[in-house]
Design a protein around this ligand. Sequence first.
Ligand code: EPU
Length: 418
Amino acid sequence: MEKIVIEGKKKLSGEVNVGGAKNAVLPIIAACILNDGENTISNVPDLADVRTMMKLLETLGAKCEYADGELFVNSKTIDRYKAPYDLVKTMRASVLVLGPLVARFKKAEVSLPGGCAIGERPIDQHIKGLRILGASVQLEDGYVSAAAEKLEGTTVPFDLSTVTGTENIMLLASLSEGETVILNAACEPEVVDLANALNLMGAKIEGAGTDIITITGVSSLGPLRDYRVMPDRIEAGTLMIAGALNESDLVIKDCRFEHLGALTGKLLQTGTEIEKNGDSIRVRGSGEIRSIDFSTLPYPGFPTDMQAQMMILMCVADGMSVITENIFPQRFMHTAELRRMGADIKLVGNSAVVRGVAEIRGAPIMASDLRASASLVLAGLCGTGRTEVSRIYHLDRGYEKLDEKLRSVGAGIWREKE
Ligand code: EPU
């Protein structure tokens, strides 16, 4: 196993590129199950989660090849319909094969994802959507087992906004009969990217990006040709926080400013300077970071996937900040580690009260989940002395070479064997 070692307090400057979005490419790979052709996807980040999704499709019988950001998926050879526990337990997004398998083969068995470091994550809304469209769904021996004779479009009203739930039902409805209307659909840009990819395959999806999505089912879908995955807004946001720390000056390239509205608004309030220039964003950190309050919300609100990273900025800000986590109320595993570095954080229900301190001190710390591990790396960047982050396999699930990217703009960061 490897750990990341950081010598903190270095001012970063220069340009850094953002890769393709993890949470867009995973459903798009699952969408390849819907056709029986040769699919090509570009701007695919080299991430452990992408490898897991490839392995899952190969377990179903597909052939996948990945090199230099290009992914090839031949889904003609799919002849198995079971997503085993071993894969699902390492990546909850495996549940995204449920919709496409039932849509194309009228059957699927997907292990129920178990506990998760960021809290309880039920999939009742996915199951409700499958049943509404006509599938019979059973929960047996830790698996969701679904079968359908006929899938008929109708209205699917979600009780809450769910990203992968919306994606699963979009995938399912693309090959169902008639019109499906998803009410209370998730509006995240990754949902739009999936809809764009599906429409290129021949699907008929309208309204993605709003809370009402209409899908007119078609009888078959063609392969996806050279689809370019959208830039990762969470990687971009994480790099923006790196730019806001230590009075750094970073130009973050290949990102979409319009996807980063809530974060940009909050960063401006802290005194960070932000400038958009085409598909680049320049971020200049202030010598006096102001504390602000924020609450996580579905898009276009402040993303839960940025909560841990923004918290580290509040740890070194002037004043008190109240951070409320509305999406995953227990997503605070990083706070105990940040306290070990001298941060002043108190948890009250689903809120964290953070009092800015003069100094964060380097320490050995342990990553617990993907975004928490990014916040620990950021903490190391602004901490005095040496920080060692262990269990960084969490980081590698969703950030492509974050350490190398940060080193290229002046961070003292490298990997060592544990
Ligand atoms: N929920 C239910 N029932 C459901 C589905 C969701 O109660 O059937 C609840 C969840 O427990 C949560 C809320 O609804 O309280 C929203 O969860 P959502 O379903 O939107 O989350 P997800 O689809 O499982 C995706 C991302 C997460 C991101 C969340 C929220 C992917 C592969 N994952 O998860 O990304 O945090 O949306 O934006 O798209 C990450 O990248 O680190 C990550 C965890």
